[in-house]
Every structure is written in structure tokens, then in C-alpha cells.
Design a protein around this ligand. Structure first.
Ligand SMILES: [Cu+2]
Length: 114
């Protein structure tokens, strides 16, 4: 019994460690979320599935967007007002860099998988 519990704890710790990011608590990928707080996207880089709805809660007072920085402008969340939650779906798999249209110094990366 003891061994089973220990093994479970260990494998959970190992899995959490694989994420490479700060705390592993944000490793759930079933529900894609990119938070905005203090003019910073989190997580960055993010990984989502093609066609998956990405929830974008904006904790700032300022409005923000998630807008493809590429020439093709493959996606754009539109304006997400302060304290509001936007959403975005990207259909085309690939690796993208995006910016905030209002604050072009805000930059993020997103990988869209099949
Ligand atoms: Cu912004």
C-alpha cells in the first residue's frame, strides 16, 4: 500500500517536472488558457490544439489583443476589454508569434498542434 502511494507521488512529480515551466500546476492542456496580467501573456510559449477554443482572461484594466504578428495575420482575438475574457481559435497548425495591437511590445508565442 505504502509503495503504491509513493510511486504515484513520484510519477506525479516527474510528470510535473517535464513541463519545464515555473510550477507545473498550469500543465493541464485540456482547456487552453492564455492569461494576461501586467501586460504579460502567461504561459509563453503556449501550446494548443488546432480548432481548440483558447480562453483569454485579461486581468488588467487596459484592453489587449492576441494578434498574429505574421504578414498573413492568421488570427486575431479582437479587443479584450479590461477585466473581461476573450477567446480565440486557431485552425492552422504551426508556430506563431503574436502581439497585442494596442501594446506591440507585448509579445508571445504559440504552437498549434494537429
Ligand atoms: Cu495590450
Amino acid at each position: 500500500m505504502r509503495h503504491t502511494i509513493l510511486a504515484a507521488v513520484l510519477s506525479a512529480a516527474l510528470l510535473a517536472g517535464c513541463g519545464g515551466d515555473d510550477d507545473g500546476a498550469a500543465a493541464t492542456s485540456s482547456n487552453a488558457t492564455i492569461k494576461i496580467l501586467d501586460f504579460v501573456y502567461d504561459p509563453d510559449p503556449a501550446t494548443v490544439k488546432a480548432g481548440e477554443a483558447i480562453s483569454i482572461p485579461n486581468a488588467d484594466d487596459a484592453p489587449h489583443t492576441i494578434t498574429d504578428a505574421g504578414a498573413g495575420k492568421a488570427f486575431d482575438s479582437g479587443t479584450i476589454r479590461g477585466k473581461a475574457t476573450g477567446s480565440l481559435t486557431i485552425d492552422e497548425p504551426g508556430s506563431y508569434r503574436y502581439i497585442c495591437e494596442f501594446h506591440p511590445f507585448m509579445k508571445g508565442r504559440i504552437t498549434v498542434t494537429q
